[in-house]
Design a protein around this ligand. Structure first.
Ligand code: PPS
Ligand code: ADP
Length: 506
């Protein structure tokens, strides 16, 4: 399926930048993982699969594999034209000669009649893997490995999260009885390249694999999961077959769902023993939840997982008082944001242990956002930038204190969402009334706004939308800054972001 078209000859071709799903599918097609499929489905194959669950060749198949494109790109093409298929960085991976177009429903899209291309696919290069390249083996490489090790059978283990001890021990014992090797295959297709959980899981798998004396391979599959769980599982089984797998280790519940289909799939099921009753709730935990369970000092039965796996989880998901977080002040000009942010900065520096960065509204406007004005559009850009920088700080385990006016709910919500994926988030509404802010008028701006010299001033002739659910709400009119900061510190302790041992009195 590969050709060696010199790059020069492809430079004049129109390019289609593959979507994340298509990027994964292309690797699955080119590597042989989706055999007998050799290219994206044409209309006839698509309808066969949709209506009769098999390919034109008669092979059982459930899931559409489509090259859907935008209508404008489709309109620009003519029959017989060759296009370049590229990854997100513009790397040429394949060329595709268009033979027709049809309407279909791609698996991960809302579109029910997207324009799809049919034609001939010719691979040029497999996608580059910047990490663990040796574990992205093709089906042929995996088959060769087990053949050379003299394995008559290959048992597949498909881990979702950390591999449980019971699961692994039953895989090893089945392997001994069947003279089998073990293939641990993890689908990582759409995992974000910076997803730390992905790397944690890999370290856990590698730890577990070392405990086995039978030939064993860890294989990272660039597969984009799709469809409902049964359909996805059946697709994974078809793929495993292409990797030379003869048996699949499943839970009793998975066995119940797969058994009616197994005759068509060509694999035998091996059933894990049911876990002891006390482990059932733990099994439902994702790694991060299990880790929090450990950090709270709750017991995990020794049978549940290996000590090195548990300590890896604890290391990767530190307790909250060692995670990064963002304190996001919002409020009118003169409400007290800068005063409180600076006082909090000092207290957190005093406590120590994490780096602390202050992103004050005025200061950010001098540096990061110097070209922006105070229109809604520019205020949103400004706050979004602050949120982005803060989220990066939290991701690296630091503390970011932000103190912009941030008058709009939608953008504050966006920042909360962005940060929450990476660390803690605390919104503080400095709810000092406008009358008090105006009385303070530390910079003389309210006077200018009232006099009409300064236009679009927040609270005077520009809106401030009251925060919906801030973690803390402070009216600074009748309280000292120290009192306010103590309340914030106490809230951080309650949320677990600071150890309860720190003193909260000024
Ligand atoms: N039109 C208008 N409206 C509000 N504020 C104004 C305006 N023009 C200048 N300033 C000064 O800019 C500071 C607010 O900047 P921010 O970056 O925090 O505002 S925003 O979040 O982008 O809305 C704000 O500082 P703080 O008083 O610290 O809030 C003001 O000093
Ligand atoms: N409890 C309090 N918290 C914060 N500021 C207070 C408090 N009580 C009085 N102030 C005064 O209010 C003013 C707030 O100004 P500032 O912190 O620059 O507000 P902002 O950053 O919201 O514009 C300062 O002069 C500060 O001394």
């Amino acid at each position: 399926m590969y050709i060696t078209t010199p790059l020069l000859q492809t430079q004049h071709l129109k390019s289609w930048d593959l979507t994340p799903r298509q990027f994964c599918d292309l690797e699955m097609l080119l590597s042989g993982a989706f055999a007998p499929l050799q290219g994206f489905m044409n209309a006839a194959e698509y309808h066969q699969v949709r209506n009769h669950q098999h390919l034109n060749s008669g092979k059982y198949w459930l899931t559409p594999v489509l090259l859907d494109v935008t209508p404008s790109f489709a309109n620009s093409l003519s029959i017989g034209e060759t296009i370049a298929l590229r990854d997100a960085e513009g790397m040429l991976l394949a060329v595709f000669t268009v033979e027709g177009q049809f309407r279909a429903a791609p698996p991960d899209s809302d579109a029910i009649d997207a324009v799809c291309l049919e034609g001939q696919l010719q691979g040029i290069a497999l996608p580059k893997h910047y990490h663990a390249a040796q574990e992205h083996q093709t089906p042929a490489q995996v088959q060769t490995y087990f053949r050379e090790k003299g394995c008559q059978n290959v048992i597949a283990v498909l881990p979702q999260q950390a591999i449980h001890r019971l699961q692994w021990e039953s895989a090893c014992s089945y392997a001994q009885n069947l003279q089998a090797g073990i293939l641990v295959q993890a689908a990582i297709g759409l995992a974000h390249p910076e997803d730390p959980a992905h790397f944690t899981r890999l370290r856990c798998y590698r730890q577990v694999l070392q405990r086995c004396s039978t030939p064993v391979q860890l294989n990272l599959l660039n597969h984009a999961s799709r469809g409902e769980p049964l359909q996805e599982m059946l697709l994974r089984v078809l793929v495993l077959h292409n990797f030379g797998v003869t048996h699949l280790l499943v839970t009793p519940a998975q066995a119940d769902t797969l058994t009616p289909h197994i005759a068509t799939l060509g694999l035998k099921l091996l059933i894990e023993p049911a876990p002891p009753v006390e482990e059932i709730p733990l099994r439902a935990y994702r790694d991060v939840e299990l880790s929090h369970h450990l950090h709270q000092g709750l017991s995990v039965p020794a049978e549940f997982s290996y000590p090195e796996v548990l300590s890896e989880l604890q290391r990767s998901y530190p307790p909250r008082h060692r995670q990064g977080f963002v304190v996001f002040f919002t409020g009118l000009s003169g409400s007290g944001k800068s005063t409180l942010a600076n006082a909090l900065l000092m207290r957190l520096m005093e406590i120590g242990g994490r780096s602390v960065t202050l992103l004050d509204g005025d200061v950010v406007r001098k540096h990061l956002s110097s070209e922006l004005n105070f229109s809604k559009e520019h205020r949103d850009i400004n706050v979004r930038r602050i949120g982005f920088v803060a989220s990066e700080i939290a991701k690296s385990g630091g503390i970011a204190i932000c103190a912009p006016i941030a008058p709009y709910t939608q953008i504050r919500r966006e920042v909360r969402q962005l940060v929450s994926d990476k660390g803690g988030f605390m919104e503080i509404h400095v709810a000092t009334p406008l009358s008090e802010c105006e009385k303070r008028d530390t910079k003389g701006l309210y006077a200018k706004a009232r006099a009409g010299i300064l236009k679009g001033f927040t609270g005077i002739d520009d809106p401030y939308e009251i925060p919906e659910n801030p973690e803390v709400c402070l009216d600074t009119s009748h309280r000292s800054p120290a009192e306010c900061v103590n309340q914030i510190l106490q809230c951080l302790i309650n949320m677990g972001y600071l150890p309860s041992t720190i003193a909260c009195s000024a």
